[in-house]
Design a protein around this ligand. Sequence first.
Ligand code: C2O
Ligand code: CU
Ligand code: CU
Length: 429
Amino acid sequence: VEADGTRVFRLRMQEGETEFLASRKTPTWGFNGSYLGPTLRAARGEKVRVDVSNTLPEASTVHWHGMHLPAEADGGPHQTVAPGGTWSPQWTVDQPAATLWYHPHPHGATETHVQRGLAGLFLLDDDRTPAGLPHRYGVDDVPVIVQDVRFDGARLDHGHQIMRNVGFLGDRTMVNGTLDPYFTVRDELVRLRVLNASTARVYTFGFDDDRQFTHIATDGGLLEAPSATTRLRLSPGERAEIVVRMAPGGRTVLRSYPLDAGLDFWNQRFGGGDDTFDILQLRAADTLRPSQPLPDALVRNTLPDGKDSVRERSFDLDLSGINGRKMDMGRVDGTVVRGTAETWTVRNDDGMPHNFHVHEVQFRILDVNGQPPPPHLRGPKDTVFVPSGTTVRLAMRFDGPADPDTPYMYHCHLLYHEDEGMMGQFVVV
Ligand code: C2O
Ligand code: CU
Ligand code: CU
């Protein structure tokens, strides 16, 4: 922390080697290390600055996914950091407590940069979070960064298989860069902050014994009330916080189940929808510390409800481009008036899965195919899964600073699709 109260982080993008498989190293990239990056953490109201340096052989960027911040600090494809270069964005954290993340966003190369290992969590705190939630980092409040990988001998293999038009799909999964992971639980309740950091794979999480767990937060923060469930679907880029109750000496496995995404046989099969993975084993100690009961109410939802939207826009998702247009770095696709709310309708008729992510804002999902969203989609969101044959309506407010010269992005977060041009740009004026 500097004299004026600014909290400063240092992130160095670097090459390295990682031993995922015993005594076999593979080249990887990471932030301040060989794979993934440190968890950054700041509180609402704090001024933050991140000193980013790039020691990679390629230009890259660092984007703060889910963060409300000025466009020039966003780390999208326009804020390139050259090899050997540095970049020091700063902003004031002004949004509710949440599990956000950071990753590169270089135009056309995001998939490989993330796959090589560039990703980390950015946690935000505020003073409205109820006291009863598990909150000891790494003890009863645990990051769970889920990625699918494939090995070719000892090396990470990033190649696309033929027929896989969703992009790269691995044949095994890692949590926080570890294969076959387990976590020893020492408290009755454990909170998992789950990030789908995979580039294309959609997970339907549940436990191997079908136990109930409690969903407490979506991408951008807490739900109004905890919601009990046995399944939770996350597409690439989405986060969820869940709380699991353990019995002394008990074990359970967080699993990913086959996906029902309304796909035809071909896309289901080749989109990875038939796959099952054991993601993370939880092993409870023989004696557990008592946890406080979860509160009945979490936070008040202050997301816009669409009634004061001044403008409607629609977005047709297709691998050939959004609204029929491929991303063009020199073209701004939309201009938004600062301080206003808008309703965005996003439609997928493409026969393959897509999702939709908007920079700078958290939105409310108004409806999914005309129906109110299920409980796990009712909190603040910045990324929404849009399976084939689905239309979602999103309400969002743009209350950051105006900057007519620097665009924010919206895009499909299946990173191969993003790289292929399923992205557009808007400015706030
Ligand atoms: Cu997580 Cu524009 O990205
Ligand atoms: Cu983002
Ligand atoms: Cu897509």
